[in-house]
Design a protein around this ligand. Sequence first.
Ligand SMILES: Cc1ncc(COP(=O)(O)O)c(C=O)c1O
Length: 447
Amino acid sequence: MIRQQQYAIVPNIRTPLPGPNATQLIHMDEQYLSPSYTRVYPLVVKRGKGAAIEDVDGNIFLDFTAGIAVCSTGHCHPCVVSAIQRQAAELIHMSGTDFYYAPQRDLAVKLAHIAPGKSPKKVFFSNSGAEAVEAAFKLARYHTKRSHMISFFGGFHGRTMGALSLTGSKVIQRRGFSPLVPNVIHLPYGHQDGISIETHLTNLFRRTVSPDDVAGIIVEPIQGEGGYIVPPAEFLFQIKETCEKHGILLIADEVQSGMGRTGKMFAIEHWGIEPDIICLAKGVASGMPLGAIVAKADVMDWPRGSHASTFGGNPIACAAALETIRLLEEELMVNAADVGTHLIDELFKLKSRHRMISDVRGIGLMVGMELRDPKTGEPTSKEREDLIQRCFQHGLLLLGCGESTVRFCPPLVITREDVKTAVNIVSSMLTEMEAELEPELHSSVNG
Ligand SMILES: Cc1ncc(COP(=O)(O)O)c(C=O)c1O
């Protein structure tokens, strides 16, 4: 059963947005919370069920964000809630760093078995994506005894110092925080500059860095924050080949693309590649804070005391993750593949009707729709933001990524009916915007 609980009508907007309760909360939030948070629109959430979000004024939204690709099994899936409640009644914390407990062991066994490739695996637990990336960075240096890392423009790996050094997404994320961790080199992602990654790496190794100084190459199999970009097939194969040739570790950052979102447990499985280290977080525990790296057992060779985390692999988060994986394997990965293909088809149909859409791309329920200015044909972040705001006002929750892309990363419980609702809202908002931007063209098309 894909959907557990549902509101009768989704979306259902009853007040102007933000409503009175939301307005009051936002006012205090602005006084007391860090101004660094991005905050896209004034949504103040009260509760969530499946793919529906209810705000503090009783408005119901259809959620195509899943809390930034996190609530993989939908909001408050009853099986996940029960697993959390059972575990909370038994043991909340004892620190997996110093002591043993079954949920952490059980989840490590499960992750080691579902990770791609035949090599035996070991798992390290963290609380977030950035911490998983930190762990991968440190392990790569430790294992290889090399200092350099290669990552990609557009790549997002988190905001702690090490992860931020690997991030190459938006300059606001790095500006003012230097010096970052040295010896990180960014290269273009996915042949976007028309030059193969093989050529870039060959140039790099010939002119500036010896490959035997490179510990790891960290790559998102599908770039997330950078714009939901699916690289051409040879990109990841060429990276894998280079890594094997020079003893460099291949680190797949699957924090966003992993845990069933693309219709396979890990996006890199679409290319049949076994990485040396996989970074996980977001979808792994349906919203409980949990990150992990899964590494080849012979790579995870750091000694006792060299790396640890007080809260990482907390029993409740592990119990939620075990239940999440069970649900993904039972039906949600298949649903992500099926409904994701349907969503992409529907967005392509939309593209044929709306000149503002320049591209539709993605795999499973990791889908991007890029916008352009209908007059200049240039990518447009302004119209992208406008579309997202209008959709919010009509009860559809979306986020942006990259410069001009709308991202669709709903919970994996969404149905074809939800896709129809979402695509209809996007379509009517685009029609409205196009009519405002190009009144002459619109009246002649409609006349
Ligand atoms: C691919 C990727 N890696 C790492 C991170 C960082 O995760 P967190 O925000 O949990 O630190 C993100 C977050 O968006 C991500 O998309």
